[in-house]
Design a protein around this ligand. Structure first.
Ligand code: APR
Length: 388
């Protein structure tokens, strides 16, 4: 069998791309290793930035995908228990995003795609890429009955995340990779606790903490911890005591904890994001820490660039967009990596003085203070929050 594009992976990158290709009139088949229930149940990101929201707007999907999702009009930064509010909506000229839990975004993308009769194959095992450097690439996989199947195509989109098979199919000497270890750990929980009034980051000598909405009844919390810490070291009692201390909020209610993870605070970039007829998108090409909330947004932005480029290639025989794909995406990736690193450095070094020493601690405090004394500095931050 044959199609125009085989999309490997049904995460934010793959499902956004599949929807945009459908709207662009480009045929595709999505191959996903896990079940539909697994894909729809994954709870990770929660913020779609302004640029990401605009992508769905421009493709005419905003009504279906973003209906009822609240905006992120303000950001609270609590320094030593004292609340400071940044009016993101005003500072950005209304360029705000939407608070949308990843599983809602994924559920809606999947529903929109399947209702239109599109082809998504779950439980696809042993996915393998063949002849990616030549004119007739192929993808093979094992269907749920154990039968080996082959799909010939013109292009392959590798949207299979950090540990997928797509990037591994590129010869090692054709990729330059960059990794960076941020030298801190983040312990994160999902809990049945009402969301904060505004996305909240707290800075104090006790270490960084953050509180973000995940829908109307749930929250995600982050706590700075030692790199490589074990979630088992975090008893329920320690979690709530530390959160109340770091957020400077004795009244913070405890709630059932539904997920506990230690996040790997590492960055990764692969360059180029293309090899022959294979195009990498999202986590398959780059990993960013959760600080700044850009992982899902980068995945969606890659999908948008790739969908435009594939539309021009397939319908008009114009491959300039495909030729520019990698550099277009990597410019944004590095810009967001810098934003994420900058925010990490400032919010962590301004808190725990032992992290980078007393001199850098005071520099970080000055940088933080500047956000509230210089409108230009605050605008620079909200500009990065908006994405683009
Ligand atoms: N074959 C088929 N599918 C695969 C394979 C494989 N060998 N390996 C992985 N997959 C699937 C996974 O099961 C998953 O559904 O590919 C999908 C990859 O999805 P993600 O890991 O979510 O990656 P991506 O779509 O790039 O989105 C990444 O979203 O959760 C946010 O912030 C987070 O940065 C992250 C972003």
């Amino acid at each position: 069998e044959a199609t125009t594009v085989v999309v490997i992976g049904a995460g934010p990158a793959g499902l956004t791309l599949a929807n945009l290709l459908r709207l662009a009139g480009v045929g595709c088949v999505v191959l996903e290793r896990h079940s539909r229930a697994y894909v729809e149940g994954r709870q990770r990101a929660g913020v779609l930035d302004y640029h990401g929201a605009q992508i769905f707007e421009k493709w005419g999907l905003a009504g279906q995908i973003l209906a009822g999702m609240p905006g992120d009009g303000s950001l609270e930064i609590r320094v030593d228990g004292r609340s400071r509010l940044l009016d993101v909506a005003a500072l950005s000229g209304g360029r705000t995003g939407a608070l949308i839990p990843q599983q809602i975004l994924i559920g809606r993308l999947l529903a929109a795609h399947l209702e239109a009769g599109a082809d998504v194959r779950f439980a696809a095992g042993d996915v393998a890429l063949h002849d990616i450097a030549g004119p007739e690439p192929k993808v093979t996989y094992r269907d749920p009955d154990g039968v080996l199947r082959e799909i010939g195509c013109a292009y392959i989109a590798g949207c299979d995340g950090q540990h997928g098979v797509s990037r591994a199919a590129v010869p090692a000497d054709a990729l330059t990779t960059y990794t960076y270890d941020h030298g801190i750990g983040w312990f994160t929980i999902l809990a049945d606790v009402p969301p904060p009034r505004h996305p909240l980051m707290a800075i104090s000598s006790h270490g960084f903490a953050a509180h973000f909405a995940r829908g109307p009844k749930a929250s995600r919390f982050y706590l700075q911890c030692d790199p490589g810490a074990d979630p088992a070291q975090w008893s329920e009692e320690r979690v709530w005591t530390q959160l109340r201390l770091r957020l400077g909020d004795e009244e913070l209610p405890a709630g059932a904890i539904t997920d506990k993870t230690v996040v790997d605070m590492r960055s990764f970039v692969a360059d180029p994001m293309r090899h022959g007829r294979l195009f990498l998108a999202g986590d398959a090409a780059h990993i960013i820490t959760p600080m700044g909330g850009k992982g899902m947004n980068l995945a969606i932005a890659d999908a948008d660039v790739l969908a435009h480029a594939l539309r021009a290639a397939v319908h008009d025989g114009d491959e300039t967009g495909l030729a520019a794909y990698s550099t277009t995406c990597l410019d944004r990736v590095w810009n967001h990596q810098e934003y994420s690193r900058w925010l990490t450095e400032m919010t962590h070094e301004a808190g725990d003085e032992s992290l980078a020493g007393p001199f850098r601690h005071r520099l970080a405090r000055a940088r933080l203070e500047r956000l509230f004394t210089s409108e230009a500095a605050a605008r620079a931050l909200v500009d990065l929050m908006a994405g683009g």
